[in-house]
Design a protein around this ligand. Structure first.
Ligand code: CMC
Length: 431
């Protein structure tokens, strides 16, 4: 730990500096207000570390992403989603025995209370599955009132974690079934997490359902790539809600809602909708692509090139590289010729060679190709962000757990008040 010096109003003030792993540096300003009366203003928290964390390392300049020190490329290639979930939540890769116990814990909790099934009947068919997932996740807390205590013993927290991972998959699949008016399919505990999710979404009671291993493997990869991303909007939301000592279910439900927005997880849906619009407008011809690129550069148009740009990655998003390759492979394996993929590639090429995108360091992010991969798997557009949420769940849980174990205080930022100075009330007859 070092010190930095600041000169303010003729006084010299010292702040400790902190160096984290990988030489990450920060000023510790926790005494700033007490010592100086000043606060900091940082819209979007672009320069603010909100916590110390040992879960995920991200270097946006060099395109590096690691969970608990393990490179994302190795995890996506070699691990299963539940193995990565265990790693994120408990800090180490599980032994075979630990993984077996964790996996059977998840599979034993896949059923949801039969009364919850009735909730689905209350939703209109067109209900967005993200809204359904968020509210049903929160509703789970009413079936497990003991989970309302976020400071309960370890065993009880572990139980809630298993329930969350298991039951959100069932809720997600059933919200899809509800949207198409089909009967729900009960989970099959003989199946692994990804296969079971696909089964609950696509199997029908009327015919046998064959699980495609290539689709399962692509889904496993997608879930891993989404599993954590340090202090993103939804993870921070989960921490903020958890910091008030709300339950884990409530905190995760809030995280799901934050993820829904098109500038965050909702971007995967927005990308495919944008590509479809470009397709309907004339396809991948150079003239059409140039027209759309011009539109994305024009702030007046109100349209951004969705799936491009990132708050942290200013070089490339390593997840996008893996997903682009997986999308190519899956489409090839399944013999799918998706014209939207051609448009995505042309658009990417045009943007990466355009000074606007080059100067602003805008590159494809995780959502640029993930939607096309989901589409190839037969997952409907409305469900894309739900799939992202299922993937991000272990990251939210790990961050919530870390925050609780660190006994962090309630998150309560300051503001710079810019309203009226004191004035006296005027009776309504005199206004
Ligand atoms: N298309 C066109 N212009 C863009 C784009 C884009 N996709 N992204 C950023 N810009 C411009 C922006 O207009 C601004 O220009 P100027 O400096 O002239 O005002 C500049 O680049 C910086 O943008 P910003 O919005 O200040 O940057 P940010 O770090 O606050 O936002 C972002 C990051 C991801 C919200 C933004 O790049 C964006 O809106 N991208 C499109 C939505 C998207 O793909 N979101 C998924 C993010 S990755 C997954 C996830 O987080 O869930």
């Amino acid at each position: 730990m070092g010190n930095s010096e600041m000169h303010l109003d003729g006084k010299s003030i010292q702040f400790p500096t902190i160096t984290g792993s990988e030489n990450k540096k920060a000023f510790d300003i926790s005494k700033l207000r007490a010592d100086t009366g000043y606060v900091t203003l940082d819209y979007g928290l672009k320069n603010t570390a909100v916590t110390k964390s040992s879960i995920t390392f991200l270097n946006g300049e060099e395109g590096i992403l690691r969970y608990r020190g393990y490179p994302i490329e190795q995890l996506a290639e070699k691990a299963s989603f539940l193995e990565v979930a265990y790693l994120l939540i408990y800090g180490e890769l599980p032994s075979q025995k630990e993984l077996d116990t964790f996996t059977s814990g998840v599979t034993n909790h896949t059923l949801i209370h039969e009364n919850m099934k009735k909730f689905f009947e209350g939703y209109p068919q067109h209900a967005h599955p993200m809204g359904v997932l968020a509210s049903m996740t929160c509703a789970l807390s009413s079936f497990y009132p003991e989970s309302l205590n976020p400071n309960a013993d370890e065993e009880s927290i572990d139980q809630t974690i298993l329930r969350l991972i298991a039951k959100t998959a069932t809720i997600a699949a059933w919200s899809y079934k509800n949207s198409v008016g089909h009967p729900v399919m009960y989970p099959q505990n003989r199946l692994d997490y990804s296969s079971n999710l696909l089964y609950m979404m696509f199997a029908k009671p009327t015919e046998p359902y064959e699980i495609n291993d290539k689709v399962v493997s692509a889904l496993n990869k997608l879930l891993i790539l989404h599993a954590d991303h340090e202090q993103n909007c939804s993870t921070f939301t989960t921490r903020v809600v958890g910091s008030s000592q709300a339950s884990l279910y409530a905190s995760i439900s809030a995280g799901i809602m934050a993820l829904w927005g098109p500038l965050h997880g909702g971007a995967n849906q927005a990308v495919v909708e944008m590509l479809q619009q470009i397709y309907d407008d004339g396809g991948a011809s150079k003239a059409n692509i140039d027209k759309w690129i011009a539109r994305f550069k024009d702030k007046e148009s109100g349209q951004r090139l969705m799936g491009f740009g990132h708050r942290v990655y200013k070089n490339f998003d390593p997840r996008a590289t893996i997903i682009k390759k997986a999308a190519d492979e899956v489409l090839d394996d399944l013999n799918i010729d998706d014209p939207l993929l051609d448009i995505a590639k042309e658009l990417e090429y045009a943007a990466l060679n355009d000074p606007y995108f080059i100067d602003k360091k805008l590159y494809p992010n995780v959502d640029y190709y993930s939607g096309l991969l989901y589409r190839a798997m037969g997952i409907p557009v409305d469900m894309f962000t739900v799939m992202f949420a299922l993937g991000r769940l272990p990251g939210w849980i790990a961050n919530w757990k870390e925050m609780m174990e660190d006994k962090q205080p309630i998150t309560r930022p300051r503001q710079i008040y810019i309203g009226e100075n004191k004035r006296d009330f005027i009776p309504i007859t005199e206004r």
